[in-house]
Structure formats: structure tokens, C-alpha cells
Write a protein that binds this ligand. Structure first.
Ligand code: ZN
Ligand code: ZN
Length: 361
């Protein structure tokens, strides 16, 4: 029987979000219905509401979520009702050319549920990142459910589903930070702080946080930053050289998505070092660099998709490290809120007052 539940909907470009009744169908083959317990508020949700991603309104927002599997469709064997899962937005296909090369973390054909959730008048909803989790229950592809240890709190676990995984993975997977490395992270929001935390976890020695907001730099210290630079007051490239024996950092991570900060990350890196772009640029942005510098400085310029994570490999491992007290995930949860407070949470996020507000169902 299709179920009627509450969901947070963005009806049209720029309009404040509202809580509406939505209809969730029973899971079909390879699908699952998940009872959401917690879902973090991410910049991407705001981007959808502002029409910055596409025009397929109405959107069912929310995508950084954890919950319990309620029912599964035909042919689903990896998960069963009652399993505690984190939702991921890159359910790998197993058959595309990247999966076939043994690199499923780059899967080029990730999938979502086939059926649509709707409003009560039958209007089809576009779920944010193919998830849609600011709701009591959601319909996803079974591969979007990654089972983890139920000892983890849902409000903490859910954050691994998007921004925190992107940052941790930018350092650990894409940047391949290793013991003793020096790392600089540009932009200390949720993703940037997670990159700092990932660098710490990987054993980096010098960990430098760069932002223009002193409050955010203060928070960054809670995620392993050994040095902080306010780039509104000081030249971050010079300061990073100073903190790394005059050389620049082994790995620089850009978590803003702007040409200016990318350029800083490019020049703040040691010879043969790695630049990782995890911030998401706008389609109209351009970057200009002297070609000879690209050659002369060597090393690698990499982009990080979702932290180049493989949910089935990374989520359970990171949850275990968190449960052992070795990974600070709780620090990302600034507040827990009710389902009707998402619009308020967008304002707090825009003002830089919170790292993550998390909706509890
Ligand atoms: Zn694939
Ligand atoms: Zn997100």
C-alpha cells in the first residue's frame, strides 16, 4: 500500500520550502523504503531551491540521511527490514566501463529508484540527489542503502552520506594524504572541516585551515587544524609557505569552488604536490594559470567526486572509527531541529552560524 507521509518540498525557484503530504509507493524490484531518522541540511538543498541545479521543480529536499529499512522490493538481498543504513547518492552499477575496470568509486552510471514519489495530486517529485530524505519515509534504490553499525547515532551517521564524506574522502581518497604530510584546506565549512579531519586521521603532520571567518577558523581547530590563516587579513600562499619550511604543502584542498581560492591552492603547494578540488564551481566560472607553471610545478591536479568514496567500503569503516572515538563526527552537528525548521536552517547556514543543522524525524 502506498503511504502518505510528511516531506519538505521546494515548489518553485526561490520560494520558501514547505512541509507537504507526499505519497511513497511500495518498493519495486531493486528498491527499498527507508524510515528516515535524521537528515542533515546541506548547501546542495539550498542550491536546488534556488534553481541552481536544474529546473525540475517540485523537489523533495534532503539527502544526508540515516534510517531504518522498512520494506524491500523483489530481488533485494543485501539489506532487509530493520537494518540501520546511511543513504548514498552514488549507488554503483557494477557494469559500466569504470566498474568493469575495477574502479567502482568512479562509476559512470549510478542509479536511483525507478518509481516516483508524488504529491497527493499526483505531481511527480524530483528527490534531491536521487534521495529526498527530509521526510518520514523515502523510496530509494536498494544500492543507495549502506548498512552500518546501529550503535552510531542517526544524526551523526547521516552526515557521512554527503558533505562530510566528500571532505574526508578529498583528503584520504583523492589527495592520498599520508603520515607526516603537510596539508592546507581552503574553506572551513562542513566539507572543509571534514577534509581537515580526514588529514588528521591519515596522519598528516602540519594541518593548515584557511578561511575569511574567524569563527570558522576557531571551529577548524576542533577538526585537527594545527595552524589557521584568515585570508582576508593575510596572504594565504605566503603564510602556508612559512608554516611548511618555505616549501608549500604536500596536499592542498580547495573546498570553496572559486577560481581565486583554487589559484591560491595551486601556488600554496610544494613542488610535485597535489591539489584537490572538492568545492563545486558555478558553470560560468573560468580559471587562468600560466601554462609553464602547470608543467614546472609538476604533481597532480585532481577533482574529488563525493570524496571518491565507495560507500560500501568507506561508510562502515568510518562509522567504526567514529565509535572507537578516533573520528570526530559529532563536532559537525551544530543543532538538531524539527522538520518544519528547514527554511530557518537555510538562513543560519547562509549566515555561517552552523556547520550542520540536522532534522530529526
Ligand atoms: Zn558503474
Ligand atoms: Zn550534500
Amino acid at each position: 500500500m502506498p503511504q502518505e507521509v510528511r516531506g519538505v518540498i521546494a515548489k518553485s525557484k526561490g520560494a520558501p520550502v514547505t512541509v507537504e503530504t507526499i505519497i511513497v509507493p511500495d518498493p519495486g524490484p531493486s528498491e527499498a523504503v527507508v524510515a528516515i531518522q535524521a537528515c542533515g541540511v546541506c548547501h546542495t538543498d539550498l542550491h536546488y531551491r534556488e534553481g541552481g541545479i536544474n529546473n525540475e521543480f517540485p523537489f523533495l529536499l534532503g539527502h544526508e540521511a540515516a534510517g531504518l529499512v522498512e520494506t524491500v522490493g523483489e530481488g533485494v538481498t543485501d539489506i532487509k527490514p530493520g537494518d540501520f543504513v546511511i543513504l548514498n547518492w552514488r549507488a554503483v552499477c557494477g557494469t559500466c566501463r569504470s566498474c568493469m575496470k575495477g574502479k567502482p568509486q568512479y562509476c559512470f552510471d549510478t542509479h536511483n529508484a525507478t518509481q516516483k514519489m508524488t504529491l497527493t495530486d499526483g505531481t511527480e517529485l524530483s528527490p534531491a540527489l536521487g534521495i529526498g530524505a527530509f521526510c518520514d519515509k523515502t523510496l530509494v534504490a536498494a544500492g543507495q542503502c549502506t548498512k552500518v553499525d546501529p550503535a552510531a547515532k542517526p544524526e551523526v551517521a547521516g552526515l557521512l552520506g554527503c558533505g562530510v564524506m566528500a571532505g574526508l574522502g578529498a583528503a584520504m581518497n583523492t589527495g592520498q594524504v599520508s603520515r607526516g604530510d603537510s596539508v592546507a584546506v581552503f574553506g572551513c565549512g562542513g566539507v572543509g572541516d571534514a577534509a581537515l579531519e580526514g588529514a588528521r586521521l591519515a596522519g598528516a603532520g602540519t594541518i593548515i585551515a584557511v578561511d575569511i571567518d574567524d569563527q570558522k577558523l576557531e571551529w577548524a581547530k576542533g577538526f585537527g587544524a594545527t595552524h589557521t590563516i584568515n585570508s582576508a587579513d593575510e596572504d594565504p600562499v605566503e603564510k602556508i609557505r612559512e608554516y611548511t619550511g618555505g616549501n608549500g604543502a604536500d596536499v592542498t584542498i580547495e573546498a570553496v569552488g572559486r577560481p581565486e581560492t583554487y589559484e591560491q591552492a595551486f601556488y600554496a603547494r610544494d613542488l610535485a604536490g597535489t591539489v584537490v578540488l572538492v568545492g563545486v564551481p558555478n558553470p560560468d566560472m573560468k580559471i587562468e594559470l600560466p601554462f609553464i607553471e602547470l608543467f614546472g610545478r609538476g604533481g597532480a591536479l585532481k577533482s574529488s567526486w563525493y570524496g571518491d568514496c565507495l560507500p560500501s567500503r568507506d561508510f562502515p569503516m568510518l562509522i567504526n572509527l567514529y565509535l572507537q572515538g578516533r573520528l570526530n563526527l559529532e563536532g559537525f552537528v551544530s543543532e538538531t531541529i524539527e522538520i518544519d525548521a528547514v527554511e530557518d536552517a537555510f538562513h543560519k547556514m547562509e549566515q555561517g552560524e552552523v556547520l550542520r543543522s540536522v532534522v530529526m524525524m
